[in-house]
Design a protein around this ligand. Structure first.
Ligand SMILES: [Zn+2]
Length: 414
């Protein structure tokens, strides 16, 4: 009976002039093995389709899907169910522990294990609004798949690389920055996306939409950002061995960036400490924090067995100074990693000096973030002063080269 209904629906859709396209032949790159081999071979295309798990930090129970541009075919368990255009919306919710129930206005379309929403036109986008939990709507390009995982809905967006890059550039860099700065962000976002295309391969998609990968709240309609993505189309940053760089960045370096090994242990050729005067006049260049002297001393003693009863050692810890960045607070063999101090006290950076004020201490710090790679505020300052995106990238990442994705494949093959 169900097979007959499907055949009838396909006939109706064909008669209406809609092509029936299988979701798995529609550029939906949900094959982790394929993603892995693409990452290894370096054979990317400028029109790569990325699979991004969206709303990945939420426990999704119910959401509303409605086309914004173009029409969509709803596939339930691999079979076409109905066509949806921008006059319609679907309410998609968890049913029991392991199924998905779909409603269109007043009609119940059925209950399925998997859903796919496959676009019929090349210009396609949709609006998605979470109902439980309740969130304001977001817009996405491309297509959507829904499955159930651990009694919650798992939602994956299949989107063109550059639409994703534009969304990430806005989410990571905010609005109203210089056009040239968005070119920097776009290239870094593209480099990261392709370099980490297999990051969630075991889970069946490329990247999540949180800071674990890159923040992505859907597409943007900001014309400056869209133009920056277009003008840098296909461009990525590679190191001396033509490997895509780990394009890390932070908010403000405080005047000096950090060697990668000082935070992560691994020495990376392009992530070297540099003097960065561009960051100094920017909003996050400096910070201050008061702390009770007793809290600081008991932390040093309990966590690191620091000799606080030795007056010279105590004096050193209460008046610790950094002219240039240090990795440790170190006194006669006791080494305290400043990155741990930063995490434990939630300080803005490791680049701080201490002034002893008796019962309390004043921590005066520079910069915001881990300090590795590009300083975003410094890059903003550079582009405002007329530096190009290439100059910015070559300033913050050492001995790197900008390449087109196509050239990268060429070099790898030869
Ligand atoms: Zn992730």
């Amino acid at each position: 009976m169900r097979a007959l209904l499907n055949i009838c629906l396909m006939l109706v859709l064909l008669l209406r002039g809609y092509s029936i396209i299988s979701p798995d032949k529609h550029g939906i790159n949900n094959n982790p093995a394929k993603a892995k081999s693409a990452a290894k071979s370096g054979r990317y295309t400028v029109d790569e389709i990325m699979s991004i798990r969206i709303y990945s930090q939420f426990k999704i129970n119910t959401f509303i899907f409605s086309p914004a541009q173009g029409s969509y075919i709803l596939y339930g368990d691999g079979k076409p169910v109905d066509r949806i255009d921008n006059t319609n919306a679907l309410k998609i919710g968890l049913y029991g522990n392991d199924s998905i129930e779909v409603h269109m206005v007043d009609a119940r379309l059925g209950k399925f294990k998997t859903l796919k929403l496959v676009a019929q036109e090349s210009e396609r986008s949709f609006k998605l609004r979470l109902v439980a939990p309740d969130k304001k709507p977001r817009y996405y390009q491309g297509e959507l798949s829904v499955t159930v995982e651990n009694k919650l809905l798992r939602v994956i967006n299949f989107t063109r690389l550059d639409d994703y890059i534009a969304g990430v550039s806005e989410a990571e860099a905010g609005k109203h920055s210089h056009a040239e700065f968005y070119k920097v962000q776009a290239i870094l976002a593209r480099t990261y996306a392709l370099g980490h295309i297999h990051k969630h391969a075991e889970e069946g998609y490329n990247l999540c939409d949180q800071v674990h990968c890159q923040v992505f709240y859907g597409i943007t309609n900001d014309l400056v950002i869209l133009d920056a993505v277009k003008q840098t189309r296909g461009q990525v940053v590679v190191d001396e061995d033509l490997q895509l760089i780990t394009a890390v960045f932070h908010s403000n370096s405080g005047g000096q960036t950090v060697n990668s090994e000082d935070v992560w242990g691994a020495n990376t050729s392009y992530l070297r400490s540099i003097t960065d005067s561009f960051s100094l006049k920017m909003p996050n260049a400096r910070w201050q924090r008061k702390m009770a002297t007793e809290d600081w001393l008991s932390y040093l003693k309990l966590r690191y067995n620091y000799p606080v009863d030795d007056s010279a050692a105590r004096n050193y810890a209460l008046n610790f100074k950094q002219e240039s960045r240090r990795t440790y607070l170190e006194y006669t063999g006791v080494k305290i990693p400043l990155k741990n101090v930063r995490t434990d006290f939630q300080l803005k950076s490791t680049f701080f000096s201490i002034t002893n004020q008796g019962d309390s201490l004043l921590f005066s710090g520079k910069g915001f973030g881990h300090g590795i790679g590009m300083c975003q505020e410094g890059a903003m300052c550079m582009t405002k002063c007329g530096y190009t995106y290439k100059q910015v990238l070559n300033f913050y990442y050492q001995k790197v080269v900008l390449l087109d994705i196509k050239e990268m494949a060429f070099f790898k093959e030869n």
